[in-house]
Design a protein around this ligand. Structure first.
Ligand code: PMP
Length: 351
């Protein structure tokens, strides 16, 4: 830290991304990336992109991409906010809908970035424990005195609640904004809360192109909500980074939005590999939470989470472990190709 750092910045506990090691080739199952490439349309965009265009700023309204996203979700463009990854949309949410000291509610075990933004914005983070079996009970979220953030499916547990259960939370908090982070929703058939936008103006759904559309390297995400809520996010964006999506991201986002069949194909393959891998791990005695995502959260019957992570890494298989109460004995395993899963099972067998 330099001697110039502010007290508040010095007190932050920043988010720690998953390792991106360069020392050797790993079977990389630690950051929930897709094992498959993005849709063919993305490659065509890259092949035909014109470098000379890059001297011009991108469209700050991102209208073409927002329209493409709107078509994809059956919404209108004024219900869509485009962000540089869903992390940026989450950041704008925290900046737009709270005053310093306000309360924000989220589960005790969930995506670590919520706590980071809470700190960054000077809010009071209120965690609500998941139940003993790691499920989220909607009634625990009724009548709260602050906005609510839930990841559905949740991370790193992988477990989901139904849109009907989310609806109960919306109904019981009409004066609060409920953000549903659907980063992994494309791996959970028919579970999206997007249709609830027709009925509730206190819902903000956040999605990403990083996982199911295989574009983690590009930074494309979106917020879907009532036009007024989207307008509020735009207000923050125009106070922070008006050109938040670059020209290439816009073109690639448009191509990826249109590729519905491809999305179905790769999410279907990943979901099938996930279910098979879960069964194989269970045969080896592992406890595996019921996953609706592209990862599995699993606990060995004989070896602690950190130890399993460390020994798998020695064998060239990288998974993620969290040093956190209630979950330190688990590892989170991204679902890769069937061949990568064979390597994982083989490595576990050798242990
Ligand atoms: N939400 C959840 C629940 C996540 O796991 C992630 C991935 N780290 C994100 C949001 C952010 O993803 P991105 O910024 O790549 O869209």
């Amino acid at each position: 830290m330099s001697r110039f750092l502010s007290g508040a910045a010095g007190r932050l506990a920043p988010y720690i991304p998953g390792e991106q090691p360069r020392d050797q080739q790993y079977v990389k199952l630690n950051t929930n990336e897709s094992p498959y490439p993005p849709c063919p349309g993305v490659r065509r965009v890259l092949e035909s992109a014109n470098a000379a265009d890059l001297r011009l700023y991108p469209d700050p309204d991102v209208i073409a991409l927002r329209q493409a996203m709107a078509d994809c979700y059956g919404l209108s463009a004024d219900q869509v906010f485009a962000g540089g990854g869903s992390d940026e949309v989450l950041g704008f949410f925290f900046m737009a809908f709270f005053d310093r000291g306000d309360k924000v509610y989220y589960p005790d075990i969930t995506y670590g970035f919520y706590a980071v933004y809470t700190q960054l914005c000077g809010l009071e983070g209120k965690t609500i424990p998941l139940r003993e079996d790691y499920s989220l009970a909607p009634e625990d979220y009724f009548g709260l005195d602050g906005n609510i953030v839930i990841a559905n499916p949740n991370a790193p547990t992988g477990m989901a609640i139904s849109p009907a259960q989310v609806e109960l939370i919306l109904q019981n908090n009409p004066q609060r904004l409920v953000l549903v982070d659907e980063a992994y929703i494309d791996f959970a058939k028919d579970q999206t809360c997007v249709p609830l936008l027709a009925k509730y103006d206190n819902l903000l759904v956040v999605q990403t192109y990083s996982k199911s559309r295989a574009l983690a390297g590009m930074r494309i995400g979106c917020g879907l909500g009532a036009p007024e809520v989207i307008g509020d996010l735009r207000r923050i964006k125009y106070s922070f980074n008006p050109y938040n999506l670059d020209r290439l991201s816009i073109l690639i986002g448009i191509a990826a939005s249109a590729a519905r069949d491809y999305l179905q194909e790769i999410t279907g393959k990943i979901a099938a590999t996930r279910d098979e891998t879960k069964a194989r791990l269970e045969q080896l005695g592992f406890t595996v939470l019921p996953s609706k995502t592209n990862f599995l959260f699993a606990r060995s019957p004989v070896i602690g989470g950190y130890e399993l992570y460390r020994r798998l890494k020695e064998k060239g298989v990288l998974v993620r472990q969290f040093e956190k109460d209630r979950i330190r004995d688990f590892v989170r395993i991204t679902v890769g190709t069937p061949e990568q899963m064979d390597r994982l099972i083989e490595a576990i067998g050798e242990l």
